[in-house]
Design a protein around this ligand. Structure first.
Ligand code: SF4
Length: 388
């Protein structure tokens, strides 16, 4: 399998190094995110924070901004906290000691195994979604791969594979730390490129001779498919309030989903989709505020299918607007206890802050609209007026 990996592997930027810091960042970014999406994020991150020390010195806001769009922001926060611990306890040098690695925030068994094997060539097992599938097929395991006995068996099998690689080292190119590194990366690559969930390309597989799932004749039945939890639909509506060239944004408090990130005022599913002003809270009617649709963003988080409609509401200078967080709640009916501060910002200043994913997309749409309208020289639409 290692020979196949050396010959056929994709040239990915984090595969050109054995720097444990660079490998750590790539492994965390790759969790639930596709390789093509991760590449530009990883490259930008390594330019912004080239070392553990550089990352530890940076503000949390800068770290969240660099992560903006990847989602699951607790991962970025954990990386930042871990970098500070590495500087405090290890002078910014990544430790080789398994317990020290496992003690860092956000580093679970998979990430620890990936760093230890890929950077230090230690015989540490890995088991992510792709490797779970490959290993299950190799041993024709048709049990529950997520249950405790199944996990135990699959981890033990992955460990036996990497132990065997350690016992029988084979020549690796210098950019690979050794045969354990090569074996684990081969398992990941095999899962990503050959042993796919459906229609695995067994005729191209370097281990088909020893694969029990293939010998069985129907490898796709391994492992047993997960039961899908039913998805819950959530509809939200956000409004970009704009006045005198500034937009109104708030920062979510720490300790909740997307804590520390910025967003626009958002209502729950009580507000109907695609509302006219009549469907907004009374504040809009009282103040004769017009809103126009900007963009609808759909995304999924675990079992929630979320749809957020963003509108832009133009306020003239005389319109009374919430002067404080509690009055924001009173006026608009949005929950203000989830914010710790709110501000009126120019678009260019708002773009420097880290926003929750959907809100970052709305902000980009707004900026795109602004430059488009500016290029066309239109003056009879409200947007260029508010940004002037
Ligand atoms: S032979 Fe087929 S099922 Fe077995 S590991 Fe290779 S691709 Fe997967």
């Amino acid at each position: 399998m290692q020979e196949w990996f050396v010959r056929a592997r994709r040239d990915l930027p984090w595969r050109r190094t054995t720097d444990p810091y660079a490998i750590w960042i790539s492994e965390v970014m790759l969790q639930q995110t596709q390789v093509a999406t991760v590449i530009p994020y990883w490259e930008r991150w390594m330019k912004l924070f080239p070392t553990v020390k550089a990352l530890a010195r940076s503000s949390e806001s800068a770290v969240l901004k660099a992560w903006e769009g990847l989602g699951y922001y607790s991962r970025a926060r954990n990386i930042h906290r871990a970098a500070r611990m590495l500087v405090r306890d290890h002078c910014g040098v990544f430790p080789h000691d398994p317990d020290a690695i496992a003690g860092l925030p956000g580093i679970g068994p998979y990430t620890a195994g990936a760093i230890r094997s890929i950077a230090f060539n230690q015989p540490a097992a890995i088991l992510d979604g792709n490797v779970t599938r490959v290993v299950s097929r190799l041993i024709a395991f048709d049990g529950d791969a997520q249950g405790k006995p199944g996990r135990k068996l699959l981890w033990a099998t992955a460990q036996a594979l990497v132990d065997a690689a350690k016992e029988k080292p084979h020549p690796c190119p210098p950019e690979l730390a050794g045969s354990c590194s090569c074996l684990n990366q081969a398992l990941m690559e095999l899962g990503a490129m050959i042993c796919k969930p459906s229609a695995p390309a067994c005729c191209l597989c370097p281990v088909s001779d020893g694969c029990a799932g293939f010998q069985h004749g129907n490898p796709e039945r391994f492992p047993r498919p997960k039961k899908r939890a039913s998805s819950q639909r959530v509809r939200l509506r956000s409004v970009v309030f704009a006045r005198c060239g500034r937009i109104f944004v708030g920062r979510r408090r720490e300790g909740i989903i997307n804590g520390g990130l910025w967003e626009f005022p958002t209502w729950g599913s009580a507000v109907r989709l695609c509302p006219g002003p009549e469907n907004y809270p009374g504040y809009f009617l009282t103040n004769r505020i017009k809103a126009r649709h900007l963009i609808t963003i759909r995304h999924s988080i675990t079992t929630h299918a979320i749809e957020i409609g963003f509108d832009v509401a133009l306020l003239d200078q005389s319109t009374e607007f919430a002067k404080s967080l509690p009055s924001l709640e009173g006026d608009l009916g949005v929950r203000s206890d989830i914010w710790t501060q709110c501000r009126w910002l120019r678009l260019s200043d708002a773009a420097k802050l880290p926003f929750a994913n959907a809100h970052a997309k709305a902000l980009r749409a707004l900026r795109g609209l602004e430059s488009e309208r500016g290029a066309q020289g239109e003056t009879d639409v409200p947007l260029p007026i508010i940004w002037s």
